[in-house]
Write a protein that binds this ligand. Structure first.
Ligand code: ADP
Ligand code: MG
Length: 367
């Protein structure tokens, strides 16, 4: 099912008189989610992810804009009539019911032509339970399950009605690190098997990168970039996106363009022939540094960490916005107690942003 968001906007009125500002939780969101894909909706807390999801589900009405599932305009439809499955961070299972009863519950309220016989309901419940691999636990109560198992039950309950669209709001946040990894693989598998168009909300960039066909990055209600995960990482549109994706994070320097050359401090690090003279921010991914005695960028070595195949050099530079610069270089690099390290830079790992707008400046040299 293709899902189309058209100029979707949600404004919450101010709640108290002291602060009359309304909140624009989602601002003019337009995007067509291709059929059968898994979309990661990514951004910091408060950027409007849940509000977007609630509008898609019908739990909240948009202030303006429309939502289409295929050719159906569903903007005015109630949640029950949209055919969506919803999964939340806190599994929200009925504690007094067994797993089986929890999964059956959405089917028992179906009316009219959708009404199912008892056998049909049980078949569907077991099918959903098998898909998330909890069919052995059907007679347990939620309190007798681990967090990961409870979340599987919640996913089965969302799937049992065969939804047209699956909406997941930070579904892994309550799980410990290992279960989080395992469950996210499971969700990916289930989505591939069922081919249900899925929107997965998370504030965790690594989670979004690993699970999504496409990532939507949001900030303060406004979509910043929509691209494949690797493309968002390799080609961020602005400084916010560049900083939000990647571990270790991108290193940001104050820089300046003078006569077609990019300077960090007094050092000329790159040619940028198409950029007019101005102040810029220079983002360099950790893997963008090469230790090179003839390199143009000089940093003070603070610490060297060996991490298996790679070496992480922790250094500093007066123009760096962060107290430390983290670069990841080959393990065979020798620094032997040096106080200074010189780097040359991989041009496609260096991004330049306008210091005023923080928008990316694209370079003729790197195409
Ligand atoms: P996220 O899920 O990305 O953390 P939300 O969509 O929950 O963000 O919230 C987006 C913004 O809208 C936040 O500033 C939040 O405080 C505000 N907001 C969310 N729900 C309400 C509400 N019911 N009333 C007023 N403001 C709200
Ligand atoms: Mg939220």
């Amino acid at each position: 099912m293709e899902v189309r968001l058209q100029n979707l906007t949600k404004i919450f009125p101010s709640r108290n008189k002291k602060n009359p500002e309304e909140v624009v939780a989602v601002n003019d969101f337009t995007f067509t989610i291709p059929d059968g894909k898994l979309i990661g909706l990514l951004g910091p807390s408060g950027c409007g992810k849940s509000t977007t999801l609630y509008m898609l589900s019908g739990l909240q009405k948009p202030t303006s804009g429309r939502i289409f599932f295929g050719d159906d305009d569903v903007t005015e439809l109630t949640p029950e009539n949209r055919g969506v499955g919803l999964v939340f961070q806190n599994y929200a299972l009925y504690p007094h019911m067994t797993v089986k009863q929890n999964i059956l519950f959405p089917l028992q309220n179906l009316k009219g032509a959708d009404k199912l016989s008892k056998e049909e309901m049980l078949d569907r419940a077991y099918e959903a339970a098998k898909l998330v691999q909890i069919d052995e636990l059907m007679d347990r109560k939620p309190s007798e399950l681990s967090g990961g198992q409870q979340q599987r039950v919640a996913i089965a309950r969302a799937l049992v009605k065969m939804p047209r669209v699956l909406l997941l709001d930070e579904p892994l946040s309550n799980l410990d690190a290992r279960l989080r990894l395992q469950t996210r693989e499971e969700i990916k598998r289930i989505q591939k098997e069922t081919k249900i168009t899925t929107i997965f909300v998370t504030h965790d960039q690594e989670e979004a990168m690993s699970i999504s066909d496409l990532i939507v990055v949001m900030k303060l209600g406004v979509v910043q970039q929509i691209d494949k995960p690797q493309d968002v990482y390799d080609n961020p549109k602005n400084l916010f996106v560049a900083k939000f994706l990647g571990t270790p994070p991108i290193n940001v320097f104050d820089g300046e363009v003078k006569n077609g050359s990019l300077f960090i401090g007094e050092e000329k690090v790159m040619n940028v022939s198409n950029v007019p003279d101005k102040k810029v921010f220079v983002g360099i991914r950790p893997e963008g540094f090469i230790v090179d005695p003839k390199g143009p960028l000089t940093c003070k070595v603070q610490n060297i960490e060996v991490m298996g195949r790679d070496v992480s050099i922790v250094s500093s530079n007066a123009a760096s916005q962060n107290p430390i610069i983290r670069s990841i270089v080959d393990a065979d690099v020798k620094l032997d107690g040096a106080e200074e390290v010189k780097f040359s830079l991989k041009p496609h790992k260096v991004f330049i942003f306008d210091a005023e707008t923080e928008e990316r400046i694209y370079l003729d040299e790197v195409k």
